[in-house]
Design a binder for this molecule. Structure first.
Ligand SMILES: Nc1ncnc2c1ncn2[C@@H]1O[C@H](COP(=O)(O)OP(=O)(O)OP(=O)(O)O)[C@@H](O)[C@H]1O
Length: 281
């Protein structure tokens, strides 16, 4: 299912213009990342898709149908939504949290639980976790439950709002890998919001770099954005991480090369370096 933002603007009641005349085509079965600093309007845009926010003007279309014509609750049942704090119901066991949407969609309890167990396996959660309450899980495990819950209604569209923002960096990378694996299999239309450049480069088929007010600074594939930033804003945004992105390799006494990042921190040893660059290149 393709999504289209057509000249959407959102002015909140206090006068804040969160998004100003934004347009974007989100192709089906791919992951589009909205990348930008805090307050640039990413969440507002995401929430327009499932009508948690209605645009002040303009329209969001799913396969050419204006979402404004669909009742919000019905719309939300067929669109997966995963947020930063997982949004799990604290007093419900993991299995029941995941089973919520199938139950609302009319599945029997047994059928909904069967589906929940299947999803736990898909997102890499041990079956023993099913009977636990959210507080009895680590942050990373809670996010896996959040992803499972987002997938439970078998939606074509998955909205992800900084879903891995609150977990530590190692777990975050693990969750990104899992999502890539799941996406290879399920091929949902995903809109993923993040302010983390590495996360955007890892997950995005298409990346939309946003300025304040939802102004598009650049749209492109990860490689295009890294190789040819469209303007100073994008270059600077990527540049925040440049020390880590520029790698140096130095020959080692025992053979091979020691690779370090731009801050001089060792990263590992490789046998060969394909092409050597120095800072003066
Ligand atoms: N309900 C609201 N009422 C008034 N202003 C709001 C409301 N929700 C968001 N805003 C404002 O709209 C702008 C965009 O907010 P939004 O949450 O969409 O940005 P964001 O890019 O997702 O930020 P973050 O990464 O911090 O979540 C901000 O200036 C924010 O303060």
């Amino acid at each position: 299912m393709a999504i289209e933002f057509r000249n959407v603007t959102k002015t909140y009641p206090d006068g804040t213009v969160a998004v100003d005349n934004f347009s974007l085509h989100v192709p089906s079965h791919t992951c589009t990342v909205l990348l930008g600093s805090s307050g640039c309007g990413k969440s507002t845009l995401l929430r327009m898709v499932n009508r948690m926010v209605d645009p002040t003007s303009g329209a969001v279309l799913i396969d050419d149908d204006d979402v404004a014509t669909t009742e919000p609750v019905a719309l939300r049942r067929r669109i997966g939504y995963v947020m930063q704090d997982s949004g799990l119901l604290p007093h419900r066991r993991v299995v029941d949290n995941i089973a919520t949407v199938p139950r609302l969609n009319g599945a029997s309890k047994a059928e909904a639980h069967r589906r929940a167990n299947e999803l736990m396996e898909i997102v890499g959660l041990d079956a023993a976790m099913a009977r636990r309450y959210p507080r009895q899980l680590s942050g990373g495990q809670q996010q896996r439950v959040g992803v499972a819950r987002g997938l439970a209604g078998d939606p074509n569209i998955l909205l992800m709002d900084e879903p891995f923002g609150a977990v530590d960096p190692l777990v975050r990378v693990e969750l990104q890998r899992e999502l890539q694996r799941i996406q290879t299999e399920l091929r949902k239309t995903i809109i993923f919001v993040t302010h983390d450049i590495d996360e955007a480069l890892t997950l995005g088929d298409q990346i939309v770099v946003l300025k304040k007010g939802g102004e598009v600074a650049q749209i492109g594939k990860p490689q295009e954005i890294v190789e040819a930033p469209a303007n100073d804003f994008v270059a600077q945004f990527l540049g925040l991480d440049s020390a880590r992105r520029s790698l140096n390799a130095a020959p080692r006494d025992g053979g091979g090369w020691l690779v370090s990042d731009g801050r001089g921190r060792p990263l590992g040893v490789v046998d060969t370096v394909p092409d050597q660059h120095t800072d003066t290149d």
